[in-house]
Structures are given as structure tokens and as C-alpha cells.
Design a protein around this ligand. Sequence first.
Ligand code: ATP
Ligand code: PRP
Length: 208
Amino acid sequence: MLTIAVSKGRIYEEALPFLADAGIMPVDDPKTCRKLILQTTREDVQLVIIRATDVPTFVEYGAADLGIAGKDVLLEHGAESLYEPLDLNIACCRLMTAVPKDAPPPQGRLRVATKYVKTAQRYFADRGIQAEIIKLYGSMELAPLVGLADCIVDLVDTGNTLRANNLEPRDLIMNVSSRLVVNKAAMKMKNQAIATLLEQFETTLAQR
Ligand code: ATP
Ligand code: PRP
């Protein structure tokens, strides 16, 4: 049995064609079904649809053999313990700093709101910028509007969320897309099955 952990939401939706090309179609729809383990049209493959930030944890501990997660989440988790053999080029966006439009440069220590605490800490430290990182779990764009932070580190795609909140993007931290990750022990123990799946995903990717 192969267990694949997939981030719910947009990554799951965008990963479906890759899975379908490999003959993997969930038997139940996770939007309407409360089951946490989804059986699929392949007897040897099951899916667990979980929060984005939990995917690397499941794969690292071998609770899932493979996972599909954003590079943002993998970097924040510290994914040295996982193999990352394939960029699926889905759920593409950018991790950026953003500030209120026309804001004067902040005095003293920069206050940064983000859910990417380690990534932000590393980013500002590398540039010699003293930053106080304030951990949030969502709606980062709100923080500068209510005086909680000078700046945010968050994902930007269309830029609509920033514009709607009178913020502007500043510096690109990295381009983000979703990756296939593999548990290291599973790569050895289930090599044949995983190698075949990888080839199928690569074929889908090449046809896009
Ligand atoms: P949770 O609510 O569980 O913390 P989330 O709200 O971050 O998760 P999503 O918004 O579905 O979940 O984001 C999952 C992943 O999708 C992110 O880690 C990132 O890789 C990618 N992503 C997030 N926002 C966008 C976006 N606006 N455009 C494209 N990809 C995005
Ligand atoms: C993500 C991200 C930004 C927004 C950027 O939020 O956290 O707020 O998308 O996309 P845009 O540039 O196209 O506006 P998401 O929609 O996932 O909401 P949530 O993370 O707050 O649940």
C-alpha cells in the first residue's frame, strides 16, 4: 500500500490531474465526505488529505510514503529529512515582503507579521536587518493595517489581496510551487512502486 498525503484546498484540486493520469481517483469527495483516509480507484494507493503544514510531518515520520506540498511549507518545516524529487509546477505563487503603500521607513526594529517564522527570520538575518517576527496563522495582510506590524511576509499570486488592503509588494523571497516529497525509508522499501509513480507524474508534467 502507498499512502500519499496531499494538502487540502488548492493543491489537492491542482494535484488531481496528476493523480488521475496515474490511475488514482479518490472514491469519495473530501469536500463532502468526513473520512480522513480516502480509498482510490487503485487498490494499492490511499490518500490522506490534510492541512498544508502537516504534509512534511506525515511524510517525515513515514505516516505517508509520499506527499504533495508547497515549497513555502517545505522550507519552513526544514525538509532535509525528505526527498524532493519533483517540482509539479502547480499552486504557483511568490513569497514576498509587503508594506503599506506610501509608508515611511519604520524607525528602529522592523516588526514583521508572518506564518513563515523561520523563513522570515533567516531572510532578515541574512541581510543584517534587525527584525521582530510576530507569528500569525492567517490574514497577515491585516497586521500593518491595525499597527501590529510594519511589514508582512506572505504569499502573493494575483496581488489582489495586497491591493484590496492598500499594501504593496516589496522584495521577492522566493518563487513557490508544489513539490512531490518522499519518505527516505519508503524510497528504499517501496522503490518500484514509487519510481513508477514518479515516472507517471513526470509524463503528465511533460505533457502540460
Ligand atoms: P491552512 O489553512 O491549512 O494553514 P492554507 O490556507 O495556507 O492552509 P492554502 O491557502 O490552500 O492553505 O495554501 C496551500 C498552499 O498553496 C500554500 O502552502 C502555497 O504553496 C500555495 N498557495 C497559497 N496561496 C496561494 C495563492 N494565492 N496562489 C497560488 N498558490 C497558493
Ligand atoms: C493566500 C495568501 C494571500 C493570498 C494571495 O491566501 O495568504 O492572502 O492567497 O493571493 P493573491 O495575490 O492572488 O490575492 P488564501 O487565499 O489561501 O487565504 P488564507 O491563507 O488566508 O486562508
